[in-house]
Design a protein around this ligand. Structure first.
Ligand SMILES: Nc1ncnc2c1ncn2[C@@H]1O[C@H](COP(=O)(O)OP(=O)(O)O)[C@@H](O)[C@H]1O
Ligand SMILES: [Mg+2]
Length: 233
């Protein structure tokens, strides 16, 4: 469903070259939650930006249902993000003056759905994630975990086939982290979504079908984040 093929992205800063993403190949199948664990600066956000067709790689491909999305026109890229992708950003991006329902429905409005049907759809989804009693509330009245769930409902509202989550639990305590991870885990399986979760939180990795470690832009398959790399004898 989502396939990275030898994806490379380097940045030149002065005389120095940063190997942000350095030959990453990995697949995420339908219904699968894949975790990419890596420390800050290991290339996680760059990789997700490429998969979201926000950044162009220097070389390599990212195929979504067999179509390379790295060479789309900017209009086609915007369309891909709107129709096929659910992007859960690390930062909470909610409009303070708007209700929870409106915030959750913004992507559907952007797709041209009318307010009534859009609000009804997200209200059902908000209820399903335990926010039924918060529909008319403003973002500042919610806990961080609740706000992150609104962001997730917004990302899922368009029924994307691919979900990219950039440290979605970075700002949460461990109880809220579990709630958000369980939500991602269940929607991924129930709806057959291909979900790629990048994180530096070892707790998140436990919810994944498969996990990889990213270090300096390159993958180490199956490496456990808690286990230090073996040193040669
Ligand atoms: N626009 C950019 N220009 C130059 N260097 C960048 C840019 N974006 C990211 N980098 C560098 O690429 C590396 C990977 O960054 P990033 O993908 O944000 O990592 P992570 O999300 O894992 O923290 C870092 O060394 C970062 O400084
Ligand atoms: Mg990042």
């Amino acid at each position: 469903m989502l396939e990275f093929r030898r994806v490379v992205k380097h940045y030149a800063i002065g005389n120095e070259v940063v190997h942000a993403v350095d030959g990453v190949s990995l697949d995420v199948g339908a219904g699968e939650l894949v975790a990419l664990y890596g420390p800050s600066g290991s290339g996680k956000s760059t990789l997700l930006g490429i998969a979201a067709a926000i950044l162009a790689p220097d070389s390599g491909e990212v195929c979504v249902n067999g179509r390379d999305i790295t060479r789309l026109s900017s209009r086609a890229a915007a369309d891909y993000r709107m129709r096929e992708l659910g992007f859960i950003a690390q930062s909470i991006e909610l409009l303070e003056g708007a209700s929870v329902v409106t915030n959750a429905a913004l992507k559907l409005y952007g797709m041209g759905m009318r307010v009534g049907p859009a609000n009804r759809r997200v209200a059902m989804m908000l209820e399903a994630v335990g926010l039924g009693h918060r529909l008319k509330h403003r973002p500042h009245e919610l806990s961080m975990g609740e706000r992150q769930r609104v962001m997730i409902v917004r990302a899922l509202s368009t029924e994307p086939r691919i979900v990219l989550a950039d440290e979605p639990t970075g700002a949460l305590d461990s109880e809220r982290t579990v709630e958000v991870l369980e939500l991602l885990r269940s929607v991924t399986s129930e709806r057959g979504i291909a979900t790629l979760l990048v994180t530096h939180d070892p707790q998140a990795v436990a919810y994944a079908d498969r996990q990889y470690t990213l270090r300096d832009g390159a993958l180490a398959e199956g490496a456990q984040p808690a286990v230090p790399a073996r040193t040669a004898p």
